[in-house]
Structure formats: structure tokens, C-alpha cells
Design a protein around this ligand. Structure first.
Ligand SMILES: *[C@@H]1O[C@H](CO)[C@@H](O)[C@H](O)[C@H]1NC(C)=O
Ligand SMILES: *[C@@H]1O[C@H](CO)[C@@H](O)[C@H](O)[C@H]1NC(C)=O
Ligand SMILES: *[C@@H]1O[C@H](CO)[C@@H](O)[C@H](O)[C@H]1NC(C)=O
Ligand SMILES: *[C@@H]1O[C@H](CO)[C@@H](O)[C@H](O)[C@H]1NC(C)=O
Ligand SMILES: *[C@@H]1O[C@H](CO)[C@@H](O)[C@H](O)[C@H]1NC(C)=O
Length: 459
């Protein structure tokens, strides 16, 4: 009885394998090993058909690159092997080196244009997984020796990570293409910053910050509240442990295709494939407006994207433009200066207090100190007791309001803006400034306008 049952099951299994198109293509086209190769014009297709690996020419370029793209959208290239070493013609070939087991991209003359530098192992094969990850693994143990997800280009796919493995020292970040015709590394890098162990994602243009998401608040990056609208399909995954500090995301089964890409122009986009219109839809784009330009309003400035009348920049309560003429000329990056010095000595005449700045993308946390283990009330006490503390905020927000943890700023507050569903920042001010309203900036604008331009200003 047992044996009959078993045989039946095996038969059914065989039938299933024979009839299933997925199983057949899986064996046939997503994998290759020693003695096999992929030449220009041939492709490797992942088991479910989502991703294709092959040779392509980007944009108007005639040069050839080896890459991985979405099968439904061949210009959506998400990984490029030979970014810096294009091939001149279609004589390239991808193969597994018979001696080292490296994945090698050779040009027509047999020169190596790119190599995976995977550990020397005799029995390896390469496989394009349904996630878009190209892996080199040991044929017997299936141990992964190398994977393209560890070497991101300009695209973050579900299952990839940005950040750092603290044990191996491996770091993952995205780099833009140089132009739509040239996948070599361009001037933008998207990096997970983790010095405070409170991660935030920063877009760098060479050595300058161009745009930051704001710190992780336990649910989304503080300056990207949009994420809460697609977190159901694409849950964000931030880990800060002893072994890694990383950010990535996954895709719920059945969710549409998605990718996060850093364009050559320095724009970060989350794109989602709309299968009915056969087009990528933008779910998030950053920087999204003038206030996302890093440090737009300088130190202690506060950007308001809806305030065209004050050219978007204002100063925090208790501060005024460091240079009013420069502010009038929309040179706001010089920031704001404190009106009344803090009076922090801890004696009974000390009158410092805190004012609440509501609904903001928190200032750059690069030089902040973070303590996840204390409450926001303890944070206030800690800030009040320390004369170098200029502001504090909760590090984590909770369902239904409130927060926990503690971020303390002791230096300039840079890159503050109003944002939907933003966080509360508590700003230290001298007693006389508390309770005063921030009318001063607009008054200065009106004053300078009338002085400098009289009636000649026609907009
Ligand atoms: C690629 O594989 C084909 C067919 O197996 C073979 O004829 C050709 O010589 C191989 N090319 C290289 C460069 O190994
Ligand atoms: C790779 O390993 C093989 C067998 O262990 C050895 O013969 C070969 O020299 C090694 N190659 C390199 C480049 O280390
Ligand atoms: C208390 O603080 C005030 C204002 O900073 C200062 O003038 C005064 O000397 C301080 N008194 C003592 C006893 O430290
Ligand atoms: C953090 O400190 C460094 C070194 O003093 C400084 O160069 C940098 O501008 C500071 N960052 C912020 C956001 O204030
Ligand atoms: C004040 O806070 C700063 C930053 O957190 C810290 O480096 C410094 O030691 C603190 N000072 C005192 C007296 O606690």
C-alpha cells in the first residue's frame, strides 16, 4: 500500500515536471557551467521569466555591455558587469573559467573585460535567479561564491541591501550612470549613513551631500512619508545589529515589479511596473522640490515648500538671517543667527527652555548623538542638563503618535524642512525668545524690499 502510494506520488511529480513550462526553462536557460558560455545575442532568462541577462548597447551608444534587465522592459537595466570596460563589438562572451571558476567576460581577442573574482573553486555554475540576482555557486554544496546583488550598479531591487556588513566590512551603495548612453560610474552615489547607528540615506554628488531622506524613524525615513503608502507591497527592511547596518526592501508575493534607481541626473526614483499600461509609474522621487536640496536654508534655517512668498526659506524661532541682503538675493545657504544668546549655566537665573518645531524632516544627524534606550522625557532632561545640547527629538515614532529614543544635536541644525507627517523637534532657546512668533523674517524681507527696490520692482 505504502509503495503504491509512493510510486503514484513520484509519477505525479514527474508528470508535473514534464508539464510545467517553468521547470523546463529553469533547467534550460537560467544556468550555465564550465564548457558553456553566453555569446552576444544569446541570453539567460530567470526561471519565472522576470529577468534577462545578455549583451546590450545603452541609449545611443554602439558599445556593448553585459547586463541584467527586466524582461518586460529591456531598457530597464538594473545591473551592468563591465561598466568601465565597454566592448567595441559583438564578439564578447561570458563564461566560467575552467581553472578558477571565475565568471569571465572576454572580448573578441580573449582579453578579460570583467571578472567576478570569486573564490577559486573547481565545480561552479552561474545562475540568474528570479530575483534578478546573478549568482556563482558551488554545484554540489550550492554555497554562493559570488552574487551580483553584492555589487550594485544604479538600481536597488527587492532583496538587495545598502549599508555595511560589520563582520566582513563589505559595503553596498548605488552609483549613478554617467549618462543614459554610458553606464560607467557617474557623479551621484546613494549611501546609507550609519555613524550614529540611526541610519539615513544620503545622495552624494561627488563629495557634497545633495539630498537626504532624513533618519529612519522605525517606520519610514523621516523625510519620505510616501513610503507608508507602498510599504504594504514593498516593506522596508532596516537592520541595525552587531553584524550589519543595512537598508533594503522586499516585495510581497504578487506585488507588481519594482525598482529604485539613481538617475544620471541625481534623482532617486521608486518605479513600479504597471502591467496594464506597460509603463513604469513613479511612486516616489527625491529630491522632490526646492526644499529637498541639501542645506537649502543653511544652518538654523527652515524650508517651507509652500511658502513661495518668502522664497521658501525662513529661520527657526529665535533666529534671523545671518546676512539679510544675501537672503533678499535668495542666497539662503548662509543660514540664520541666534537673536539672544543661550543662558545655560544651571544656576537659578538660567532661563533656557524649549520650543516645539512641528512636522519637520529632522536636521542632518551626522554629528548628532543617538540613544535608543531612553524615553523622550529623559531625552529632554539630558538635553537640558547639557549646555552644548541645542535641540532634541524622538528617534522612533509609534503607531498613534508619541515616540521614544533620543537624538541630541550639539552643532548647527542643517537641512530642516516641513514635511507631511514630519516629526517634532524641540529647539533650545533663551527665555526671552520663548513664546515669540517668527514674524521677523517676513518683516525683514518687506523692509529690505522697500529700501532697495522702491517701486521699480515689477516681479
Ligand atoms: C562558446 O560555446 C560555443 C558552443 O559551445 C563554442 O563553439 C565556442 O567556442 C565557445 N566560445 C568560447 C569563447 O568559449
Ligand atoms: C585553483 O585551484 C586549482 C585546484 O585546486 C589549482 O590547481 C589552481 O592553481 C588554482 N588557481 C588559482 C588561480 O589559484
Ligand atoms: C547665573 O547665571 C547668570 C546668567 O548667565 C550669571 O550672570 C550669574 O553670574 C550666574 N550666577 C552664578 C552664581 O553662577
Ligand atoms: C559635522 O562635523 C564635521 C566636522 O566638524 C563638519 O565638517 C560637518 O559639516 C558637520 N556636519 C553637520 C551636518 O553639521
Ligand atoms: C554633552 O553632550 C555631548 C554630545 O552628546 C557630549 O559629548 C558631552 O560629553 C555632554 N556633556 C556633558 C557635560 O554631559
Amino acid at each position: 500500500m505504502m509503495a503504491v502510494n509512493c510510486t503514484l506520488q513520484i509519477l505525479l511529480l514527474l508528470l508535473f515536471i514534464l508539464l510545467s513550462p517553468v521547470a523546463i526553462t529553469a533547467g534550460a536557460t537560467d544556468t550555465f557551467g564550465k564548457g558553456q558560455n553566453v555569446t552576444d545575442g544569446e541570453t539567460l532568462v530567470s526561471a519565472g521569466g522576470t529577468f534577462t541577462l545578455g549583451f546590450f548597447s545603452p541609449g545611443a551608444s554602439a558599445k556593448r555591455y553585459l547586463g541584467i534587465w527586466f524582461s518586460v522592459s529591456s531598457d530597464a537595466v538594473c545591473w551592468v558587469a563591465n561598466r568601465d570596460h565597454p566592448l567595441k563589438d559583438t564578439s564578447g562572451v561570458l563564461l566560467v573559467a575552467s581553472d578558477t571558476g571565475d565568471l569571465l567576460l572576454l572580448d573578441g581577442s580573449g582579453e578579460v573585460a570583467w571578472s567576478s573574482n570569486s573564490p577559486n573553486t573547481s565545480s561552479v555554475e552561474a545562475q540568474l535567479l528570479e530575483s534578478g540576482n546573478l549568482v556563482v555557486h558551488d554545484q554540489r554544496s550550492k554555497t554562493i561564491l559570488w552574487q551580483s546583488f553584492d555589487h550594485p550598479s544604479n538600481t536597488l531591487l527587492p532583496g538587495m541591501k545598502m549599508g555595511k556588513n560589520l563582520w566582513t566590512g563589505d559595503e553596498w551603495y548605488l552609483t549613478s550612470w554617467r549618462s543614459p548612453d554610458d553606464p560607467s560610474p557617474g557623479s551621484y552615489r546613494r549611501v546609507l549613513e550609519y555613524a550614529t547607528r540611526l541610519p539615513e540615506v544620503v545622495l552624494w554628488q561627488q563629495d557634497a551631500k545633495a539630498y537626504r531622506t532624513g533618519p529612519w524613524n522605525g517606520r519610514w525615513f523621516n523625510g519620505v512619508p510616501e513610503a507608508s503608502t507602498y510599504a504594504h507591497d514593498f516593506p522596508l527592511d532596516v537592520t541595525a545589529s552587531k553584524s550589519e547596518i543595512t537598508y533594503g526592501y522586499t516585495a510581497r508575493p504578487g506585488a507588481p515589479l519594482t525598482r529604485v534607481v539613481v538617475t544620471d541626473a541625481g534623482v532617486v526614483r521608486r518605479l513600479v511596473w504597471d502591467a496594464s499600461s506597460l509603463a513604469w509609474k513613479t511612486f516616489f522621487q527625491g529630491p522632490r522640490d526646492v526644499c529637498d536640496a541639501y542645506g537649502k536654508c543653511g544652518a538654523f534655517g527652515l524650508c517651507d515648500a509652500s511658502a513661495a512668498s518668502s522664497a521658501f526659506c525662513g529661520c527657526l524661532q529665535g533666529f534671523n538671517p545671518a546676512s539679510p541682503p544675501a537672503w533678499y538675493m535668495r542666497e539662503t545657504s548662509g543660514g540664520c543667527r541666534r537673536n539672544v544668546p543661550l543662558n545655560c549655566g544651571g544656576n537659578e537665573t538660567a532661563t533656557d527652555g524649549f520650543v516645539l518645531v512641528r512636522g519637520v524632516k529632522l536636521p542632518d544627524t551626522q554629528n548628532a548623538s543617538v540613544d535608543m534606550s531612553i524615553s523622550t522625557e529623559e531625552c529632554r532632561d539630558r538635553c537640558f542638563a547639557n549646555c552644548s545640547c541645542l535641540a532634541y527629538a524622538s528617534a522612533e515614532i509609534r503607531e498613534g503618535g508619541g515616540g521614544s529614543g533620543c537624538i541630541i544635536w550639539t552643532g548647527d541644525l542643517v537641512d530642516l524642512r516641513y514635511v507631511d507627517r514630519g516629526q517634532d523637534l524641540y529647539l533650545r532657546l533663551a527665555g526671552p525668545e520663548i513664546g515669540m512668533k517668527t514674524m521677523t523674517v517676513n518683516l525683514i524681507f518687506q523692509y529690505i524690499s522697500s529700501l532697495a527696490l522702491g517701486d521699480s520692482f515689477k516681479g
